[in-house]
Ligand binder design. Structure first.
Ligand SMILES: *Cc1c(COP(=O)(O)O)cnc(C)c1O
Ligand code: SF4
Length: 348
């Protein structure tokens, strides 16, 4: 067994273990493992400094998850765009390919909690159908390998998927969506990376939500991936009590950039059941973008998006930089709030 597998084996997975570890009365945890499986591996657990901190909140179940919240099991309506169990095909030229039901810890706010942790919903037995679907759809030029977390599979299983996808001529790029560099950086072994780099152009989108997650070992894992020529992007979920603060978010984006990760998206929390206590106003996201854009490297500024409920895809939101536009001029507001005028061309 590899070191990372040994670490995973020691994960907390029951309400009893959580109760004991954090000295929480068991009644306050009752039923929370039914809302969504519990799993926190010892590495990520070690990043918790105190009960209720931003690391704790992401993975330790909370009674608030049982609130009646009028939220949904499939907020993005992925099922309606799922022609076979392992594929979500929503956009014209790219699709998601769900290959692993498992993750290195479980996020309490997971948008796909209806499937994640459930081997009957995401399974290697659906891989063949997925590959067949992609192979028979020449419009697909980009596949996002996701789950769950693809990097929870063995090197061999991952390589089998990548090599079969690479045989499909119309596929230009492959992407892996993973939270492993954050949750379990020990998984990013030199052997894994050596294998991954055979399948370029391969991109990776990682998932960090707080600057404290960028530990020396996580930064080292990211460096190893970057050294293998894998362009790294980050997707962050805006979460109350975790990162709904411009200072925290700016620091996170700067630290990611220093670790050679380009911030890609900040998501408004999806409307998934059991997450009302994590949701912020949309204005909060706009305020965060406003506090980053112009004030630090443009490279550190992600797009703030709402993944539209009902399955409309990701829709970008921007603070009001564009104040007015007509055939003569554009009125613009800069990062400091000053107004500028740009004249339109006179020759039409
Ligand atoms: C997010 C997502 C993608 C990828 O979108 P990009 O904006 O290209 O990163 C593709 N398909 C689905 C269903 C998605 O949710
Ligand atoms: S790592 Fe991703 S798929 Fe896994 S629980 Fe977290 S959000 Fe869900």
């Amino acid at each position: 067994m590899e070191q990372w597998q040994k670490i995973l084996k020691k994960s907390l997975t029951t309400v009893e273990e959580i109760s004991e570890r954090f000295n929480i009365p068991i009644e306050e945890l009752k039923g929370l493992d039914k809302v969504f499986d519990i799993k926190i591996n010892p590495y990520y657990l070690s990043l918790i400094k105190e009960k209720g901190d931003p690391i704790y909140k992401q993975v330790i179940p909370d009674l608030a998850e049982l609130q009646q919240d009028k939220l949904f099991s499939d907020p993005l309506c992925e099922e309606k765009d799922s022609p076979v169990p392992s594929i979500v095909h929503r956009y014209p030229d790219r699709c998601l390919f769900l290959v692993s039901h498992d993750c290195a810890s479980y996020c309490r706010f997971c948008t796909r909690k209806r499937k994640v942790g459930d081997p009957t919903k995401i399974s290697l037995k659906f891989i063949d159908q997925g590959i067949k679907y992609i192979a028979s759809h020449p419009e697909i030029r980009d596949v996002i390998i996701s789950g769950g977390d693809p990097l929870l599979l063995s090197d061999k299983q991952i390589e089998s998927i990548l090599s079969r996808l690479r045989k499909i001529k119309h596929l230009e790029i492959l992407r892996i969506g993973t939270r492993v560099p954050c949750y379990l950086p020990q998984r990013i072994t030199s052997r894994l990376v050596k294998m991954l780099k055979k399948y370029h152009p391969l991109y990776m989108n990682v998932h960090f939500n707080h600057p404290d997650e960028l530990t020396p070992i996580a930064v080292k894992a990211l460096g190893r991936l970057a050294d293998a020529g894998i362009p790294l992007g980050d997707q962050t979920v805006l979460l109350k009590g975790v990162n709904d603060d411009p200072v925290v978010m700016k620091k996170l984006m700067q630290k990611l950039l220093a670790a050679r990760v380009k911030p890609y998206y900040i998501y408004q929390t999806d409307m998934v059941y059991g997450t009302e206590h994590f949701r912020t106003s949309v204005e909060k996201g706009l305020e965060i973008i406003k506090s980053i854009r112009g004030w630090t490297s443009g490279m550190a500024v992600p797009q703030f998006v709402i993944d539209a409920p009902g399955g409309g895809g990701k829709i970008p939101l921007l603070p009001e930089y564009l104040q007015e536009i007509n055939e003569n001029e554009v009125v613009l507001k800069n990062y400091e709030g000053k107004i500028f005028h740009y004249r339109q061309p006179t020759v039409k």
